[in-house]
Design a protein around this ligand. Structure first.
Ligand code: SAM
Length: 209
């Protein structure tokens, strides 16, 4: 079992300098997808290589993973993928991030850390403040995808997002994946593991109205 990083630690208070979209991507005008808590980023590499009409930005709190992912992206000359190190809350709350969040078309939270103990719920990545920031900055029609194998965490995240009146649940049957950031329904590492272990997956899509 890996050691969890406490996102509330003051180690993450300082946000690194965020490059412009032109510095992150070779074509900054492409649709932008943001993945929060990307782990080693394998999912994003798979997406970026296949879907060259999208840019992918990923945030991860474990610095070593981000360093390795950045190195891999540079080495493979992948120009539609960029990684940011830090606590997603602090990054998205930072004035520097306004420009990219306003450009984001969709955001994924895939299998976030569950932080099972009640006293640790504040460490969960989806919090009302984060959803408020997103509801202020995201454009109308932007999407939020959540996915987890922990029912209690799903209910918690769903309650927070649904309580924000700027987001509405999108019926999966009305959703066209071919036009999304993940047309081939590529799976994350955690998702593959969950499937092998035949666990349930709870997921939902929300649209900014
Ligand atoms: C269970 S892993 C899932 C990784 C990947 N999304 C997947 O589905 O395979 C959750 C990831 O979120 C990261 N994480 C947790 N809290 C975070 C935060 N506040 N900001 C950024 N990353 C965070 C963790 O370090 C970890 O890599």
């Amino acid at each position: 079992m890996r050691q969890h990083v406490n996102p509330l630690s003051s180690n993450f208070n300082k946000v690194e300098i965020i490059p412009s979209l032109g510095e992150m991507f070779s074509d900054p005008k492409l649709n932008l997808h943001l993945d929060i808590g990307c782990g080693a980023g394998d999912f994003l590499f798979d997406l970026a290589l296949v879907n060259t009409s999208w840019n992918y930005l990923a945030i991860e709190i474990r610095e070593k993973l981000v360093k390795t992912a950045k190195f891999k992206a540079r080495e493979r000359e992948i120009k539609n993928l960029f990684f940011l190190f830090g606590n997603a809350h602090n990054i998205l709350n930072d004035k520097q991030s306004k420009f990219f969040v306003e450009n984001v078309k969709s955001i994924s939270f895939n299998f976030p850390d569950p932080w099972f103990k009640k006293r640790h719920h504040k460490r969960r990545v989806i919090q009302p403040e984060l959803i408020n920031i997103l509801s202020t900055l995201l454009g109308t029609g932007s999407l939020i995808f959540i996915k987890t194998d922990v029912k209690e965490l799903f209910d918690y995240m769903n309650c927070i997002i649904s309580s924000n009146l700027n987001f509405k649940v999108l019926d999966k049957k009305d959703f066209n994946y071919y036009e999304s950031f993940n047309p081939n329904k590529i799976k994350t590492n955690r998702e593959n593991n969950v499937i092998v272990n035949q666990l349930d997956i709870f997921e939902r899509i929300y649209i900014k109205i």
